[in-house]
Design a protein around this ligand. Structure first.
Ligand SMILES: Nc1ncnc2c1ncn2[C@@H]1O[C@H](COP(=O)(O)OP(=O)(O)OP(=O)(O)O)[C@@H](O)[C@H]1O
Length: 639
């Protein structure tokens, strides 16, 4: 192992490297100075990702190796980009963004070092790794005559669609598995048809993300020495957002790094919101002896106390942020449910100054999007906001449409990152080049390989230029009146790669330029926003699911109660019993389904910096509970 140690004197550099952050407390200092393998469990708003980035900056200053690097893994592109943004701010930090280091998602790491080389050596085409594209293609293949028997079988299952669209390979021998629903017995005709469907998609190079772990496993079985090659390359490994790592991912990373490299993992186990996944009981985060960061820089003591009371592990959350507003409970009658969201908008205008409200986004969230349930309304987002989700079906087709991929910059940037934006544009260009039968892409299996193919082709400048242009201005360029000139721009930009003699008229008639493109995605974005005017001020804010807002900091957050279905409980009503201190059971004694609801509530309630609001149907909040809440400093308003 050739890890680098940080010492007390090294921390002096923090004042220049990360001027906006404060690491004076004992917990953060000890996390920075930890030189061995250790886990860190940190509360919401503690700044896990920025602490990790600060530690990396300090290590970068001392890194002595030219061929060994630091491996930094995260779950989402958003966290990866946040780390990269902080590193790019100094010359030493920027070095971590290239060889011999690796900063990326766990998926990208597994693909780069294991599954892609394996797939290449198998001669397997890879067109796209995308669960949505996979599902779309599976559905359309399913319409073929050869699958008529399978269609009948699936129609008779509870979740037939889910079965066909979530097929994935597991383990080195590519065993067929399904993420949603249950596979039929392996001896049945339906199983064999599902296998054929999966193999047809594999042959076309259409994969799901989870398939990559099976190919990575295969790589390790085929070349066991890869483990040594990779852990020697990375004597230090840092993993962010560890609570979201599945057992497939954790066990794979453990095989490579555990007890071989220094491995430090950061996360908040109470924010794990996917708890019903397979083998969740095997997960090891946080390992015994883990360090804690118990202070949040996001919110003040009032929100911290509410958040603490629904924290499953029972550990304290200390609020060091500056917010002083009391949390608010909005009670609504069944008839008035549609008034809840606009009422919240007015309330934000009432309570927060313009500066406070504008410091971060204002948001409203709910654990469930839609669904059934024979209980009074307040079950899911659509109960509160009927337009929510309209147009999303069309949005899911975007991965195959030029206009959808290029024109949907706002959504990609809001929900993902610049990285994903560039990936979308590259995929759009790959679709165009394929449709035009360009010689550039005959051997290109994945849009990520486009820049390299262009370099080998001897002309990388034009494709980089058009990629940059579309990534930055794509949204304007895809407006309906703009499309002809955009096609012309693409034609000119891709000219060096197009077959000789391909006229513009023929190019612009390619089917890749058909389709509605933007309309669907624009509707879906608009359907998830609310506009309010009040006291001469106006406010526009977004609505969405709690899962979609994980990791965000808001200036104000509204948590709309949702029904748990099999748990038979409404999350806010249940959580209020803990906040008020009148619950009869300890949180960890609740059934698993209710624990999962409390974890979601904990994530949702910990988003705001200034104002926290919960909303519940008045039928579900008895007078005694209201009195206790008032005595704890809460405000209650009836909509
Ligand atoms: N060391 C620090 N000093 C001062 N402010 C900080 C520090 N760390 C984070 N912050 C601020 O606190 C807020 C929350 O930080 P951040 O979102 O990074 O926390 P987090 O740990 O990722 O939270 P979550 O687990 O909820 O996603 C941000 O506004 C950030 O700027």
């Amino acid at each position: 192992m050739s890890a680098v140690n940080l010492e007390l004197v090294d921390l002096a550099d923090l004042t220049t490297l990360v001027k906006d952050l404060n690491f004076d407390d004992v917990e953060r200092r000890s996390a920075l100075l930890e030189n061995g393998s250790r886990d860190f469990n940190a509360v919401p708003g503690s700044g896990k990702t920025s602490l990790l980035a600060a530690k990396l900056l300090l290590l970068a200053k001392k890194w002595p190796h030219a061929r060994r690097g630091i491996c930094v893994l995260s779950h989402t592109n958003v966290a990866r980009d946040e780390i990269a943004r902080r590193l790019a701010g100094s010359s030493e930090g920027a070095q971590l963004l290239s060889y011999p280091h690796f900063v990326g998602t766990i998926h990208a790491f597994v693909n780069q070092f294991f599954s892609m080389p394996m797939l290449r050596s198998l001669g397997q085409k890879v067109d796209v790794i995308d669960d949505v594209v996979f599902a779309d293609r599976a559905k359309s293949l399913l319409q073929l005559g050869m699958f008529s028997g399978l269609r009948v079988y699936l129609e008779n299952q509870n979740n037939g669609d889910g079965i066909a669209t979530s097929l994935f390979y597991r383990t080195a021998d590519l065993q067929l598995q399904v993420e949603s629903g249950k596979l039929p017995g392996t001896h049945t005709a339906s199983y064999k048809s599902l296998m054929t469907l999966k193999k047809m998609l594999t042959k076309d190079g259409i994969f799901r993300h989870r398939d990559m772990f099976a190919y990575a496993d295969r790589a390790l079985n085929t070349c066991p020495h890869l483990v040594d090659v990779v852990h020697r390359r990375f004597p230090m490994v840092f993993i962010d957002e560890m609570q979201d790592t599945s057992w497939d991912q954790e066990s794979f990373l453990n095989r490579i790094f555990d007890r071989k490299s220094v491995m430090q993992r950061f996360g908040d186990v109470d924010q794990k919101i996917l708890s019903d996944e397979e083998n969740a009981d095997l997960l090891t985060f946080p390992r015994s002896g883990y360090g804690c960061i118990s202070t949040s820089k996001r919110f003040g003591p009032a929100i911290a106390s509410a958040v603490s009371s629904v924290r499953l592990s029972g550990n304290a959350v200390v609020g060091e942020g500056s917010g002083t507003h009391a949390p608010i409970l909005l009670l609504y009658s069944t008839a008035d449910i549609a008034k809840v969201v606009p009422h919240y908008g007015r309330l934000v205008i009432d309570r927060l100054t313009e500066e406070e409200a504008a410091a971060r986004e204002v948001k409203a969230m709910c654990t469930r999007k839609s669904g059934e349930g024979k209980v009074a309304v307040g079950r899911h987002l659509v109960d509160y906001w009927q337009a929510y989700g309209e147009g999303q079906q069309i949005a899911s087709m975007r991965s195959e449409s030029f206009w959808g991929l290029v024109g949907d910059a706002k959504r990609t940037l809001r929900e993902a990152s610049l990285n994903s934006r560039v990936a979308d544009v590259r995929r759009a260009l790959l679709l165009v080049l394929r449709a035009a039968a360009s010689p550039l892409v005959s051997g290109v299996r994945d849009a990520r390989a486009l820049p390299r193919a262009a370099r080998e082709f001897g002309a990388s400048g034009p494709i980089e230029g058009i990629t940059r242009h579309l990534a930055i201005s794509g949204e304007q360029l895809c407006g309906v009146g703009q499309r002809d000139s955009t096609i012309e721009l693409v034609y000119v930009g891709l000219q060096p790669y197009l077959p000789n003699g391909l006229e513009f008229d023929k190019f612009s008639a390619l089917s890749v330029f058909d389709g509605p493109g933007l309309q669907g995605t624009t509707n879906s974005a608009a359907s998830a926003r609310c506009q309010v005017s009040h006291l001469g001020r106006s406010l526009e804010f977004g609505l969405g699911t709690t899962a979609g807002m994980k990791g965000e900091t808001h200036s104000a957050s509204l948590v709309l109660e949702a029904y748990g279905g099999t748990s038979r409980k409404f999350d806010v009503a249940l959580g209020l019993e803990y906040i008020a201190g009148i619950a009869s059971k300890k949180l960890d004694m609740l059934p698993k389904t209710q624990q999962a609801q409390m974890r979601n509530l904990y994530v949702a309630m910990s988003r705001p910096a200034a104002l926290l609001c919960l909303a519940a149907n008045e039928e579900r909040v008895p007078p005694g509970l209201r009195t206790m809440l008032l005595s704890k400093g809460w405000h209650i308003e009836v909509v």
